[in-house]
Design a protein around this ligand. Structure first.
Ligand code: GUN
Length: 307
């Protein structure tokens, strides 16, 4: 029987650390603000936005919610983004996705100042993640990394398999595992013999969006299995991409759905907002780095170049 990774407990700890730091900043007269913009009436988005507001309250941030009608034009939304970019009280800006069909996510995201882009969706932030010199990490992959860390599992040298290649989860997830010296494989819908690739994974991150497609046959005995999926089963019950009941017998560690990755995403959003505020207020000279052994890697690259 696997150890169940308690995402709620890990996220509570991350938020508590942030709350303590925020409290100290408040004593110096520094307040932190997150603006959350929602356009239209998507029920799931409304729940997510409410949870983000609640998390702000928990850690002591000011949250500024902008709920705009479905028929909001691109011009109107860009005007709001511009206003928030210039607003000193706003350290982080999050525009909840998906936007209504007539609005282009990319245009809106590209107009958020990279230093306020706490989702890490802006191309500048995506590029920084590639080179390991990031200001913000995308919230879900960063949450997954915290969960892996909570198991005490060393990533360096391990076979890490990520199923899914989205810009928001799969690709940055692979990059974060690579920065920790994992040997990383990204699988997707065209991957041949997915079962074989997965069954060699010491760490398996599943982000597909299909209910219970990964069962025990895909899992290596003792593997760390992280389920990013948030799906509904045939009875409409919330479940993940991983068949938890079958895999929990074989995995070493496994996340449940709900209560695994989900709570971590919001905790990492709070962490990014704190980082944004510290950069904004001049308390953080340099962005954090995610390269444990740059020297060793540079030496290896030189060998590769000369042979
Ligand atoms: N919609 C679902 N998840 C997210 C997220 O992490 N950020 C934004 N901006 N929208 C979302």
């Amino acid at each position: 029987m696997a150890n169940i990774i308690d995402g709620k407990a890990v996220s509570a700890q991350v938020k508590e650390d942030i709350r303590l730091e925020t409290e100290k900043l408040k004593e110096q007269g520094i307040e932190i603000g997150l603006a959350v913009v929602i356009v239209g009436n998507d029920p799931a988005s409304q729940v997510y936005v409410r949870n983000k507001e609640k998390a702000c309250e928990t850690v002591g941030f000011n949250s500024y919610k902008y709920a705009l009608p479905e028929e909001t034009t691109e011009e109107e939304l860009l005007a709001l983004v511009d206003k928030l970019n210039k607003d000193d009280k706003v350290d982080g800006i999050l525009v909840q996705l998906p936007l209504p069909k007539h609005l282009d996510d990319k245009v809106i995201i590209n107009n958020i100042l990279p230093e306020k882009d706490v989702d890490a969706f802006h191309p500048v932030n995506v590029g920084k993640i590639m080179i390991g010199e990031y200001s913000f990490l995308p919230c879900t992959p960063a949450g997954v990394m915290e969960l892996i860390k909570s198991t005490g599992t060393e990533i360096a040298g391990k076979n890490c398999v990520v199923i899914g290649r989205s810009n928001i989860v799969g690709k940055p997830q692979a990059m974060l595992l690579l920065h920790q010296n994992g040997t990383v494989t990204i699988c997707h819908s065209k991957t041949k013999d997915l079962k074989k690739v997965c069954s060699e994974a010491d760490i398996l991150v599943v982000a597909v969006g299909k209910p219970k497609i990964i069962d025990a046959d895909y899992i290596k005995e003792g593997a760390v299995v992280i389920d990013v999926g948030m799906d509904r089963d045939e009875n409409g019950k919330l479940c993940g991409d991983v068949d938890f009941e079958s895999c929990k017998e074989k995995a070493g560690f496994i996340t449940p759905v709900p209560g695994g990755v989900g709570p971590m995403t919001i905790a990492m959003l709070m962490k990014n907002t704190l980082t944004a505020a510290k950069m904004h207020k001049g308390l953080l000279a340099e962005a954090p780095k995610d390269e444990p052994d740059t020297k060793e890697r540079t030496a290896w690259n030189k060998v590769m170049l000369h042979t």
